[in-house]
Write a protein that binds this ligand. Structure first.
Ligand code: ADP
Ligand code: MG
Ligand code: ZN
Length: 557
């Protein structure tokens, strides 16, 4: 049987996806490979099919127990014999599996990387006729990746102990050049065939929203997307609990997944979702690695993840069947603080500059005005699209430029007057003219910029500040307590030599019927609904049309 026949016979597919055939052929011919394909690109086949074609046994190193179990179960469903070795096995089970391997009772053996730490296990491996070592999620070997596992470093040691060096095939969805080089070096791949597939997923629609109330935004979204299956990612277990409970109270079928739940509850919830008994999964990033649910129609991010790698991996779980799906990020400036806090507390005394840099890219994504898809592709080392994709929240022709130079000047001079010593929350409070203890302590109500942006909502001031940070007009410095600083770019603006514009949709004047006499607050609600519809139609955030404060002003007049 050849590769194509196996594809048809065991998996039931007619054609290979881009890159699969090349990778498979090189492996069969005995060459090391490194395959970089986006999540859902079909990496597993690229080592499973060679495993069936090669003489001996294939060892697959994979980082998660749940992931391995899934894969082995799937293989068994396809009629392919496979086993796995992890810490949950009893001694008898373990012996049985090793015996089976020696007797060539099966072709594929999944091994948890921690196992490689034991010399005794390496000794057992030496006795096996190993043809291929496949390293799944190979970025785990690199510190520059986003998921470093020290035991992945054992792989090359194990290789050096084997009498005959097998073919080594590495797979990952992390495409930054640094990580790729690291994988090649640390796994000691020998002149590997490299395949980096196109990372674009044309069926995915990307959007960043900045709602004032995220829960409300989710509720609205789910109302508009009834009966569809989707994942809502949250940063913390607490957020997962809150969001899930809130949705359940609204009568929406949602289940949850995070590291704090017992193993049984986790696997039950996961299955409820996989088998569509529960259409919505609310989860932390603990959920999803290796999960292959084809009909996920949307992935919402309740919080911004810590880097683009995580984001694209999580968002990429949408639309695996190739049908249209949406990836929507609900961003707030608080997410930046949360992530900074998480980075700072991840492991004390370690250099986090890499993590901060990655976080900054993630923040830029949330605040860029350019094409989101191009941003993603450029980030992953691929050339940007030549034209706007017309299929992301930012590629919208009907958005007009609005001059925000004056607002920028006020914000910058406020930062300067506060001696570049404070974060965006306090700067916002000063501009808003708040009367807090801290403002009184520092006598900030005496500043000339105090209350200068009273008519703006706090959210829109914060929004403007994040925009200025993203565009380099302000700098977020200091790790634990981020403080705002001016940059060389600030001065031309302060001096009036440079203008800053933001792309916003200008609402057309709407005539209201004469006889409709509504109280101010009713009008306000009405306008908000109109604004929401308009924003929806033009795929922009509502506040971009008019901030709440201006709506309120309009109602007063
Ligand atoms: P990855 O590991 O790259 O994220 P998987 O190996 O889990 O992706 O594959 C994702 C999905 O694509 C699986 O459902 C798999 O069966 C399917 N798939 C893989 N190759 C093909 C193919 N050639 N034709 C159709 N579906 C495929
Ligand atoms: Mg995979
Ligand atoms: Zn676009």
């Amino acid at each position: 049987m050849n590769a194509k026949e196996i594809l048809k016979k065991y998996y039931g597919y007619d054609a290979f996806r881009p890159g699969q055939k090349e990778l498979i052929n090189h492996i069969i011919e005995g060459r090391d490979v490194i395959g970089i394909m986006p999540t859902g690109g079909g990496k597993s086949l690229c080592y499973q099919i060679p495993a069936l074609l090669l003489e001996g046994i294939t060892i697959v190193i994979s980082p998660l127990i749940s992931l391995m179990k899934d894969q082995v179960d799937t293989l068994k469903e396809y009629g392919i014999k496979a086993e796995l070795i992890n810490s949950t096995l009893s001694m008898t089970e373990f012996r049985g599996i090793m015996m089976g391997a020696r007797e060539k009772a099966y072709k594929i053996l999944y091994v948890a990387p921690e196992r490689l730490e034991a010399e005794s296990f390496i000794d057992l491996l030496k006795e096996l006729p190993i043809s291929l070592i496949a390293v799944d999620e190979a970025h785990c070997v690199s510190q520059w990746g986003h998921d470093f596992r020290p035991s992945y470093r054992r792989i090359s040691q194990m290789l050096s102990h084997l009498e005959k060096r097998p073919v080594v095939a590495a797979f990952t969805a992390t495409a930054t050049p640094l990580v790729k080089e690291d994988i090649i070096k640390l796994l000691r791949l020998e002149q590997p065939f490299e395949l980096v597939s196109n990372f674009d997923r044309p069926n995915l629609y990307f959007e960043v929203r900045k709602p004032q109330n995220k829960l409300e935004e989710i509720r609205q979204y789910l109302l508009e997307n009834k009966d569809k299956s989707g994942i809502i990612y949250c940063a913390t277990r607490k957020n997962v609990e809150e969001v899930c409970e809130r949705l359940n109270r609204l009568g929406i079928l949602a289940t949850k997944y995070h590291g704090g739940l017992g193993e049984q509850e986790r696997s039950e919830n996961q299955e409820d979702f996989l088998y569509d008994r529960m259409p919505i999964m609310v989860a932390t990033n603990a959920f999803g690695m290796g999960i292959d649910k084809p009909n996920v129609r949307f992935v919402l991010h309740y919080n911004m993840p810590k880097n683009m790698e995580s984001y694209y991996q999580e968002a990429g779980r949408a639309g695996r069947d190739g049908e249209a799906a949406e990836c929507i990020m609900l961003f707030s400036t608080q997410d930046i603080m949360t992530n900074r806090f998480l980075i700072e507390n991840a492991s004390l005394g370690v250099d986090h500059s890499q993590d901060y840099q990655k976080l900054n890219h993630m923040v830029d994504y949330c605040n860029t005005q350019g094409c989101l898809r191009s941003y993603i592709l450029t980030y992953f080392g691929q050339v940007a699209l030549e034209e706007d994709c017309k299929h992301c929240g930012n590629c919208n022709n009907e958005i007009e430029e609005t001059d925000i130079t004056r607002e920028a000047q006020i914000i910058m001079s406020c930062v300067r007057r506060m001696r570049e010593q404070f974060g965006s929350t306090l700067v916002t409070d000063v501009l808003k003219g708040a009367n807090t203890q801290k403002i009184r302590d520092f006598n900030f109500h005496e500043l000339s910029t105090y209350g200068l942006m009273r008519e703006y909502s706090k959210e829109s001031i914060k929004e403007l500040i994040s925009f200025l940070i993203a565009e380099g007009y302000l700098l977020l410095a200091g790790n634990q307590y981020p403080i705002l600083k001016l940059t060389p770019q600030s001065y031309p603006v302060l001096k009036g030599e440079e203008k800053i514009t933001i792309r916003r949709l200008i609402m057309r004047q709407k005539e209201l019927p004469e006889e409709v006499r509504v109280e101010a607050h009713e009008l306000f609600t009405l306008l908000r609904q109109e604004r929401y519809k308009l924003a929806k139609a033009h795929k922009v955030q509502p506040f971009m049309i008019f901030p709440d404060t201006s709506l309120k002003d309009m109602c007063k007049r």
